[in-house]
Design a protein around this ligand. Structure first.
Ligand code: C2E
Ligand code: CA
Ligand code: CA
Ligand code: CA
Length: 279
């Protein structure tokens, strides 16, 4: 038993060592990529659930550095957050997202651009004024921008985060809670957050049609919560027609997912919008 325990501990510490080495490698790669501007944005359309018109577009970060390309943002963003590099990345993303939006507007796009930002920014008193400066620089109206913040990173409604969110809303940008339902923001706390939109995590969307014995799909509960607080709802990860039809019937406002459109580079997006008569 002693040996087994020791062996187990060895395995455990090997895993930790590997994880730390991987994070270290990602951190190095992030430094390199930032220095060489090896980032790029892709864009995924978001559709009105009823008429399937494109009402918004989400900017999603891509990296051409081989190691980061393989890891994907789900893996490298958390490393960027824990090392503080996220500030530089968020700045890069905001700058490039807004200049892309300016191009889209020139081509006639009248919708909203959704930009992901780290919850770290909510502890940065300068962030709202940074956003206002950037909007001014690109001559973009705040109402054309929605900032997405992941729900899990917002666990406690500390005063500073709430005040930064409120200042952002005062500027006129919208706020979306991303991956909603995966965190711990309950009924009570939702009340304290200045938010406009809930983005329902794709796990709820994928559960549609797989409810075992439940009378109501979970997504319906989330939609009801949103309607009580008068919030817009976006369903993420819509991959089938069945999901689309069900979500529409349940009253979800907006849909996003591979079934409707995948994330794509700006040039492709412009063609897509043109084909759909949105540009
Ligand atoms: P997210 O904000 O929840 O973004 C949605 C993710 O779902 C994207 O992954 C998108 O490509 C993917 N997706 C879209 N439709 C479908 C679908 O129908 N099925 C499935 N299975 N997936 C779908 P991506 O681009 O790999 O991004 C992963 C996460 O990384 C994002 O999740 C977001 O939390 C973070 N992230 C991405 N770009 C940025 C950024 O510019 N800044 C920050 N701070 N975080 C970002
Ligand atoms: Ca998002
Ligand atoms: Ca999400
Ligand atoms: Ca996510």
């Amino acid at each position: 038993a002693k040996l087994k325990g020791k062996g187990r501990y060895q395995l455990f510490s090997d895993d930790i060592a590997r994880l730390l080495a991987e994070q270290d490698a990602i951190e190095q790669a992030l430094h390199t990529a930032l220095g060489r501007e090896e980032f790029e944005l892709n864009f995924q359309p978001i559709f009105d659930a009823n008429n399937l018109r494109v009402t918004a577009i989400e900017a999603l970060l891509r990296c051409n550095h081989p190691q980061l390309k393989q890891a994907g943002p789900d893996k490298f963003i958390p490393v960027a957050e824990s090392t503080g590099l996220i500030r530089q990345i968020d700045r890069w993303v905001i700058e490039h997202a807004l200049s892309s939006l300016a191009q889209l507007q020139q081509r006639g796009f009248g919708g909203v651009l959704n930009i992901n930002i780290s919850a770290n920014e909510l502890h940065n008193e300068q962030f709202p004024s940074h956003i206002s400066t950037e909007l001014g620089k690109h001559n973009i109206s705040p109402a054309a921008v929605e900032l997405e913040i992941t729900e899990t990173t917002l666990i406690d409604a500390d005063r500073q985060s709430v005040s930064v969110l409120r200042r952002l809303q005062d500027i006129g940008v919208n706020i979306a809670l991303d991956d909603f339902g995966t965190g711990y923001i309950g009924f009570n706390q939702l009340n304290h957050y200045p938010v406009n939109t809930l983005k329902i995590d794709r796990s709820f969307v994928h559960a549609i049609g797989n409810e075992s014995g439940q009378k109501r799909p979970m997504v319906d509960v989330v939609l009801e919560l949103a309607s009580i607080f008068d919030l817009d709802t976006v369903a993420e990860g819509v991959e089938t027609e069945q999901q689309l039809l069900r979500l529409r019937k349940l009253g979800c406002n907006f849909l996003q997912g591979y079934y409707l459109a995948r994330p794509m580079p700006l040039t492709e997006l412009l063609k897509f919008l043109e084909q759909h008569g949105e540009c």
